[in-house]
Structures are given as C-alpha cells and as structure tokens.
Design a binder for this molecule. Structure first.
Ligand SMILES: O=C(O)CCC(=O)C(=O)O
Ligand SMILES: [Fe+2]
Length: 488
C-alpha cells in the first residue's frame, strides 16, 4: 500500500501538491508542501487521497508529513517549483485563482530555510523544451507519418513507450537530456500520462487514441537539371579545402564546409571589429524577446531593404573596414575574383545560445534562391553553434512549411569556419541555427579568453548573397539584372 514520508521540495513533491490543489479546489493550505508520495504500482495521488477521506481529512490526520524543512543544505524551496507549476496550470486554462498558494512566491522571506537558486539545467525553460519535444513525438501531427513511434506504441501493451526511448531522438540528444530530466519534465504534461514505477523504467503514453498512420506520400517530382545538362560552378571548383555536407545531385543541392583555416588571434580581432563597427539592429520575437541582431550591407548604388518577417532593415553601403574581411574570405578562401564577389552581406549577431534563427530557407525575392541557382557563403566568428539542415516537407499535414525530421543533419560551426549553400539548395532544403550550444567540443580555445569577452559566448555570422532581382524602388533594378556568377 501507500507510504508517506517527508523529503524536501523536489519534483514529486510539487507534482503531488498540484494534484492536491487541483482536486481540492484550493482548500489545501499553502504550507502543505513538504511531503513526497510514492506508491508501488503507481496509482494516482487522487485515488489514495480518496481512500484517506479527502484532502481536508488527510491534511489534519497526517499533519506530520507537512514539514517545511530542507533535508540537506541547498534543497530548493518547494514554492519556487510551485510557481512554475502554477504558471503551467494557468497556461493550460486551469483557473489559477483556485490554486491557493500565493502564486507560489515564497511567503517565508528570509526565514525560509530552502534555497531559492535554480541552476540553468533545472530551469523551467529547459523542462518545458523537453516536455514539448516529447509531446511532439507523440502528437497526432507527428504520428500521422512517424512509423517508428507508431510501431512502438502499437507493439506495446497499453501503448506505453519507455521514457529512455526519447534519448535516442536527435533533438533530445542535442539537449543532452538525462532520463531523470525527461521524467521530471513529463510530470507537467497534460497530453501524456506518465508511469513512474519502477524507477529507472518509467514509461509514457498518449491520453488520446492513436491516429492512423498515413500512407507515405509519393515523392515529389524533382525537375532539376543535371550538372551535365546545365553546368554549375561550385565553390569547390574555385579552390581546395571544401568538404561536402550535402551533395544531392538529384536535387542539384549542395552544402560545403571549410574548417577554420586562419589563426585564432586574427579571428578574435575581426570579431571585435565586426561587433564594434557593424550597424546592429535588434530583432525581436512577437513576444518581445531578442532573437538576434542583424546588419545589412549592399554594393554602391543599391538601396534594397532586407525583410525578416515583419521587420525591415535599411541597406547600408559596404563600408571600407569590411574590405579586408571580404578579401580574406571571398578572395583568399573562396577563390573568387573581385567581380565575382556577392553584392550583399547580411550579418547576424547571436549574443548567447538562447538567440537563434529558426527553420527557413533564404527564399527572399532579392536572391531568387528558389527559382535559380543560388550561391550563399557564410562565415562564423566566436562561439560555436549548431547549423542544421533538412529536406523541406512542403505538403506537411500541419499545412505549414515543415521539414522531414528523419533527414535532419547538423554540423557544428566553429569560429573561422566557412559554409556554403549552392545550386537549388534553397528550393529543397531548410536550415536553422538551433538554440543551445554546439554539440561537440569547440575547436576554438574560447576558454582561454577573458570571461568578460563576448567572443566566448556570442557568435557573429556573415552571410554573402547575390541580389539578382532588385526592389522596384532601387535604382539598380533598372541597370543591373545580371545573373549570379555561379550560373555558368
Ligand atoms: O547564422 C548562420 O549561420 C545562418 C544565418 C542564416 O541562415 C540567415 O541569416 O539566413
Ligand atoms: Fe538563412
């Protein structure tokens, strides 16, 4: 049967209390935060409370289990966890006013013996990321086409999936989640049911019936010319040192990588120069959070603005100070003569790993990247970040542009690395800079730099592209309709 014991505030404590609060409609006292509940077989808290005559009866009969003492120094204040739980419930449409624990803010003040610090790994944001990712794997949307999880669920008794399975999934691997963290995050799921017994073999399942697996879609006709039919000058034809990340002849799509060919000292100097001199504009999400900063430079005579979603950035003429960076990268490392240099460069500044650019292709009309062969050259300075690419899934069930998750591959871009996207890559593939750090060890000795130097945490990216279709208001629209030099 059930047993109860006191143990400082952990996830299980909060989860049990939330169950209590939801069930009691708010009559449970705010101080009822110091117990942990476990039961062999993993029945619900609600059932046990019912057996004990309801919350009020249980609280008065077992007052000894409601203690507000940390078990060891550093145990986190249960009310901190409660605050996030409260936000979670409020977000899910539960009337937060019925949760009678003062919004989870610790009312003890300095008298509270618990710790109020949360490490980054325990942050509610990370928990939410993990939960949302697992919920996605088991969602109607994913299971309509994901034969792996369909087979696993159909083959298991009761539809249970071991939590450890998700550790094999690319996004979870990228987040470096432990099984314990996954379990902790899933306690907050309203879509999934978690079975926590036996410990170490926890399982999760959908609350709703499994959707049908849709027949695989017939492959779209590719309609791409072969390189023999229509030659394409690739950067690897211009100079050595490029390794293929994508060499998809069928789709005429290419992505190449050139690892850092220059000294750390020079990279750091260039980073500082770009940081100080570029005309950075902050981009924000709809919720107001800074996603990254950007700067946009074009060749003389052009005034095409660059548009990101709802933000539009004014063009600046490529400045003098940029010339030596362009000469090193476009000239020395890409083997391009001056007249072959791209006529625009977009700069991105990611101040830390929470800033990113989500899945997209560089399909702006300016570059005609989805209509013609398009060469894009990108270079990195500072912190390493994960560059991910995947085939586009245009007819995704969600109706929104999406990717084929099983084609996702990623490379770590370190300081000094060059990356290219060429041919019809923008038509067939999407790319992103994922949130979070790169997965492998950084090749740059960032650790040896001063702590305060943003070079160790921030990343600057320059992306060179050819504007081939100027905006109607730009004077160049009347004079310059040349093809990008990659089209032979
Ligand atoms: O930061 C990067 O490496 C990629 C940036 C990018 O994809 C873009 O600006 O379109
Ligand atoms: Fe891009």
């Amino acid at each position: 049967m059930a047993y109860w014991s006191d143990a400082g505030g952990d996830h299980a404590t909060v989860w049990a209390l939330i169950q209590l609060l939801q069930w009691s409609g708010g009559s449970c006292p705010a101080s009822a935060v110091g117990y942990i509940y476990q039961q062999e077989g993993g029945s619900t808290h609600r059932w046990v409370l019912q057996q004990h005559g309801g919350v009020q009866h249980f609280v008065s009969a077992h007052s000894e289990v409601f203690v507000l003492e940390p078990k060891k120094p550093g145990d986190k204040c249960p009310t901190i966890w409660l605050r996030y739980a409260w936000e979670q419930l409020a977000g899910d449409g539960v009337n937060a006013a019925t949760c009678n624990f003062q919004g989870g803010i610790c009312a003890q003040g300095a008298a509270c013996k618990f710790s109020h610090q949360l490490s980054q790994d325990e942050s509610p944001l990370r928990m939410e990321k993990l939960r949302l990712q697992v919920e996605y794997y088991l969602s109607d949307e994913n299971l309509a086409t994901d034969s792996f999880f369909q087979a696993l669920i159909r083959g298991s008794s009761g539809g249970w999936v071991p939590v450890s399975t998700f550790q094999g999934c690319p996004r979870i691997q990228q987040l470096k989640a432990t099984s314990e963290e996954l379990v902790a995050s899933l306690r907050w799921s309203t879509q999934l049911q978690l079975r926590e017994w036996p410990v170490g073999a926890e399982e999760v399942r959908r609350k709703n019936p499994l959707p049908e697996l849709l027949a695989p879609k017939p492959p779209e006709p590719l309609n791409e010319d072969t390189l023999e039919e229509r030659p394409l000058v690739l950067l690897r034809d211009c100079c050595d040192g490029w390794q293929a990340v994508v060499e998809d002849l069928e789709r005429r799509s290419f992505c190449f990588l050139k690892r850092r060919p220059i000294s750390e000292a020079l990279l750091r100097e260039e980073f500082q120069e770009l940081l100080a001199f570029a005309d950075w504009q902050t981009l924000r999400s709809k919720a107001g959070a800074v996603t990254r900063s950007t700067a946009w430079y074009v060749s003389p005579g052009c005034c095409c603005r660059y548009t990101y979603g709802e933000a539009s950035v004014q063009a600046r003429e490529k400045p003098e100070w940029l010339h030596h960076v362009e000469a090193r990268i476009l000239g020395d490392l890409c083997g391009l003569s001056r007249d072959q240099w791209p006529n625009s460069v977009n700069m991105n500044l990611y101040e830390d790993e929470s800033q990113n650019v989500g899945w997209h292709s560089d399909d702006e009309g300016l570059f005609r990247g989805c209509q013609t062969d398009c060469r894009i050259i990108s270079a990195s300075w500072g912190a390493s970040r994960r560059f991910e690419i995947a085939l586009k899934d245009r007819s995704h069930i969600s109706g929104k542009p999406s990717i084929f998750h099983d084609t996702l591959q990623g490379i770590d871009l370190h300081s000094g690395d060059l990356c290219s996207m060429e041919g019809a890559f923008q038509r067939h593939y999407s790319h992103q800079i994922a949130k979070g750090a790169a997965s492998g060890p950084a090749s740059s000795p960032a650790a040896s730099l001063e702590k305060s130097c943003p070079y160790s945490t921030a990343r600057i990216n320059l992306t060179w592209r050819y504007i081939v279709s100027h905006k109607p208001y730009c004077p160049q629209s009347r004079v310059d309709q040349r093809q990008a030099p990659c089209t032979a």
